[in-house]
Design a protein around this ligand. Structure first.
Ligand SMILES: Cc1ncc(C[n+]2csc(CCOP(=O)(O)OP(=O)(O)O)c2C)c(N)n1
Ligand SMILES: [Mg+2]
Length: 684
């Protein structure tokens, strides 16, 4: 936490800057005929004060690692961040003359050819720290960013020169704070004492349906105080001195995260719609815009007006402060390099999205073993091995580490007292965990998070944003089917596999044995921008003797021939994933006893297989072999794609039950005999 700044007096140019943000928001929403003008109009003074006087950010190097993070969790107010990025002269990347957000892009707000999407998207504009829009997610991300700042700060530096000491600021709305994910994240942040985190809550008493008293009457300050947060209040969003005081208080805080509660008037300045939910999510209309502009003393004719002195003021405040901070950081880095060159080399690798040389050599190879290992156990061994090779490969579980096998012995626990720890205890907060882990990935870490696969649904909204944003998060989801046994149907995933596979941009792996697990980690870690789900068993899976089978490296291609038919071309193909690959192997033996030539394909990852060229796919699933059976202890939804018109699926048609796993498999008819019968039925 840097020394608090002394407030500069606000002058006419500052007021002009605030009104430029407001009018750009109104004009862009009007031009797009859709969008959310009211909140940018209300929050302009808050955001401007933060950017002018506090944010440590160099517009010429938006990826500078120790920049303060600014997260607009209420992503519907997207015009606020587009206006800020434009007026601050933020570049597309370091050294580029291209603006991250041009006035043209703002004019094209919400249109196909503009980077100014309806809600802020990180993959469209790198200077957008995280994709927001689903309320609460930005709040969740920010906790991961603050955690990452702590962890990075503890590792990269020498006495007298720290390379990470930045703060994370969030603007959030009533909707953000009503969402469970933000409550989970706030609880975690309070517990971890993240004093480098500041949420600024737009307490405008308005949501879409009307005034908040319709549904939201709690004591927010009391709630956050109970969660261990510092509370600051600003009675009027236009009172920039009060905002300054609150943010200065945040900077002086060393033990707790800070919530600044700001009373604001949505659509501030609009003659009729100010203070009303009508200013939330629709263009104001020509009359209201004229009225608001007149109230600001703005030219009422013309649109998208940017007075020249506004970008100059941003450059003279935010810009010069940020440039100086970045230069100082470079000096600090030189200092660290002279004492500990390996640390700077390591950091450069991390920041480049790469992994330490030779990391793949750490991936274990598992010897054949008929008894085998649960894939959660082999996953745990791979995590531990990789953890030794990649310092920033770290993560944790939502209170299930003894079951998900994600704890790394000797790696320490991350806590308020010890930010060097690499085991994270996220508590029973799956959604908050996943949202936080997204924030950790956005800060350059390679994080994993873990829970039972059935609770996929508890974290899914954050996982969807990992995929949309291209964040290399690894979801370790264990207890993957009825194979978990006695815990019964509340804990047995059925539709979760189909659901996970339906998410674009994420690879879903269900490995058949320990070596497929190892190969899955290899493939996943090679790509820093593609998240992955590992769906792992509770029960043991034999480690296949690969001398008689296709190599586990086939995992990288999504599906491969595990066992070829003997005695000629296959008459049928049995396709399995995870624990059901063993059932397919047994069925193939049964069929061959009857003189039916059966090939077994292990298909750990649908989407990787789909990404292979047609020629490879044909070698695995030849068009000519129409007799196919897929076996998976899950819903069959989607398997038609691989089974074709005649193929059959052996799996689950409803929820599971409580019993030992072997009983359940026979009860639900997921057996080698059933697979063999399904193949025979197609051949006769
Ligand atoms: C998870 C989620 N649910 C619903 C929405 C739709 N939505 C957008 S804004 C909003 C609420 C608006 O109220 P508030 O958050 O207070 O924002 P304000 O209008 O005050 O800016 C809703 C329900 C959403 N974006 N995300
Ligand atoms: Mg509101």
């Amino acid at each position: 936490m840097a020394t608090p700044t002394r407030p500069l007096p606000f002058d006419a140019t500052d007021r002009l800057a605030i009104d430029t943000i407001r009018t750009l928001a109104m004009d862009a929403v009007e031009a797009a005929k859709s969008g959310h003008p009211g909140t940018p109009m209300a929050l302009a003074p808050v955001a401007y004060t933060l950017w002018r006087d506090f944010l440590r950010y160099d517009p010429h190097d938006p990826a500078w690692p120790d920049r303060d993070r600014f997260v607009l969790s209420c992503g519907h107010a997207s015009m606020l961040i587009y206006a800020l990025l434009h007026l601050a002269g933020v570049r597309r990347s370091a050294g580029s003359a291209e603006p991250a957000v041009s006035l043209e892009a703002i004019r094209g707000f919400r249109q196909l050819d503009s980077v100014c999407a309806g809600h802020p998207e990180h993959h469209l504009i790198a200077a957008i720290e995280t994709t927001t829009g689903p309320l609460g997610q930005g709040c969740g991300n920010s906790v991961g960013m603050a955690i990452a700042a702590r962890w990075l700060g503890s590792r990269y530096g020498v006495p007298g020169a720290r390379l990470f000491d930045h703060d994370t600021y969030v603007l959030c709305s009533d909707g953000d704070l009503m969402e469970g994910v933000a409550a989970e994240a706030a609880s975690l942040a309070g517990h971890l004492g993240l004093a480098n985190l500041c949420w600024i809550y737009d307490d405008n008493s308005i949501t879409i349906e009307g005034e908040t008293h319709l549904a939201y009457t709690e004591d927010v300050a009391g709630r956050f105080a109970a969660l261990g947060w510092r509370i600051e209040r600003v009675a009027d969003a236009n009172d920039t001195a009060a905002i300054h005081r609150a943010l200065t208080a945040f900077r002086s805080e060393t033990k707790r995260p800070t919530l600044v509660i700001v009373k604001s008037v949505i659509g501030y300045g609009a003659p009729k719609k100010a203070g009303s939910h009508e200013a939330h999510g629709a263009p104001l209309g020509a009359d209201e815009i004229r009225g608001a502009k007149a109230a600001y003393g703005w030219p009422v004719d013309g649109t998208f007006h940017v007075p020249a002195e506004v970008p100059e003021r941003f450059a003279a405040t935010l810009g010069s402060r940020g440039a100086a901070a970045r230069v100082a950081w470079n000096t600090a880095r030189d200092q660290v390099r002279s004492h500990a060159p390996h640390l700077v080399a390591e950091l450069d690798t991390l920041l480049a999205g790469k992994l330490p040389a030779g990391w793949e050599a750490a991936i274990p190879v598992f010897p054949a073993d008929p008894k085998g290992l649960a894939s959660r156990v082999s996953s745990g061994k791979v995590i531990q091995a990789l953890s030794g090779a990649i310092p920033w490969f770290l993560g944790g579980s939502a209170d299930l580490a003894p079951s998900t096998m994600t704890l790394v012995p000797g790696a320490g626990d991350f806590s308020a007292e010890d930010p060097t720890g690499r085991n994270f205890h996220f508590g029973i907060r799956e959604h908050g965990m996943a949202a936080a882990v997204n924030g950790m990935a956005l800060s350059g870490l390679r994080p994993y998070c873990a829970t039972f696969f059935v609770f996929f649904d508890y974290l899914k909204p954050a996982l969807r944003l990992s995929a949309l944003g291209g964040l290399g998060v690894i979801y370790v989801l264990t207890h993957d089917s009825i194979g978990l046994g006695e815990d019964g149907p509340t804990h047995q995933p059925i539709e979760q596999l189909a659901s996970a596979r339906a998410v674009p941009g994420i690879s879903v792996f269900r490995p058949a044995d320990a070596n497929e697990v190892a190969e899955a980690y290899r493939v996943i870690l090679r790509d820093p921008h593609r998240p992955a789900v590992l769906v792992l068993s509770r029960q043991n899976l034999p480690t296949l003797d690969r001398t008689g089978f296709g190599p586990a490296t086939g995992t990288a291609r999504g599906a491969y021939v595990l066992r070829e038919a003997t005695g000629g071309k296959p008459q049928c193909i049995l396709i399995g994933t995870g624990s059901e690959v063993g059932i397919c192997l047994e069925a193939a033996t049964m069929l061959e006893r009857d003189g039916i030539r059966a090939r077994v394909v292990s298909m750990p990852c649908w989407d990787l297989f789909e990404a292979q060229d047609e020629a490879y796919r044909e070698t695995v699933l030849p068009e000519a072999v129409g007799a196919r059976v897929a076996c998976e202890a899950a819903a069959g939804f989607g398997w038609e794609k691989w089974l074709g018109r005649h193929g059959r699926f052996v799996g689950m048609n409803g929820f599971g039950a409580s019993a030992p796993a072997p009983k359940l498999y026979s009860h639900f008819g997921i057996t080698a005999a059933a697979v063999a019968d399904a193949a025979r039925a197609q051949l006769t």
